[in-house]
Design a protein. Structure first.
Length: 155
């Protein structure tokens, strides 16, 4: 019996590391993504980039823009557009709550991570966030360095 290596076996958890440095998270929500064609296969292969992605409201619906999902390598002619707008799937109460908070000055909605849940569905974790100032970034770097030093002292 031969063991066939499956491309989709690994756990998918793609994070936007830059977001935690640039923004202060206020609230986090988990939303589904409306995908087309071969996008789910590319996500399962881990070919997603969230570095420039952001979310916005249009006619009461939440969309994600600039999320790059690489074209699926095994697809023939019916491949997807890599950087198209994708609708996020939330219930009406959550959308109203987020839109109410989003209307405040200085808040943004950014994707924090993309993952595959237990049922095999692609989900995105979004955060309602406020941009950090320069001194806030310095404080987070300082806290990270002190934490690293304490970990070194333990060993």
């Amino acid at each position: 019996m031969t063991t066939k290596k499956n491309r989709f076996e690994k756990i998918i958890n793609i994070k936007n590391k830059k977001a935690s440095f640039e923004f202060e998270f206020i609230d986090k929500y988990v939303a589904g993504i409306q995908l087309k064609g071969t996008e789910i296969k590319s996500i399962r292969e881990g070919k997603v980039s969230l570095t420039e992605a952001y979310c916005y409201f249009r006619r009461g619906e939440l969309f994600i823009k600039q999320m790059h999902i690489a074209p699926y390598s095994m697809a023939a002619s019916y491949n997807h557009d890599a950087v198209r707008e994708r609708k996020l799937l939330l219930n009406k109460q959550e959308l109203d709550k987020i839109e109410g908070k989003f209307s405040e000055k200085g808040l943004s909605i950014i994707p924090v991570r993309v993952f595959i849940n237990d049922k095999g569905l692609a989900k995105v974790e979004i955060a309602l966030a406020r941009g950090k100032k320069l001194h806030d970034k310095r404080e987070s770097i300082k806290a990270k360095d002190t934490k690293r030093e304490l970990e070194r002292m333990k060993f």
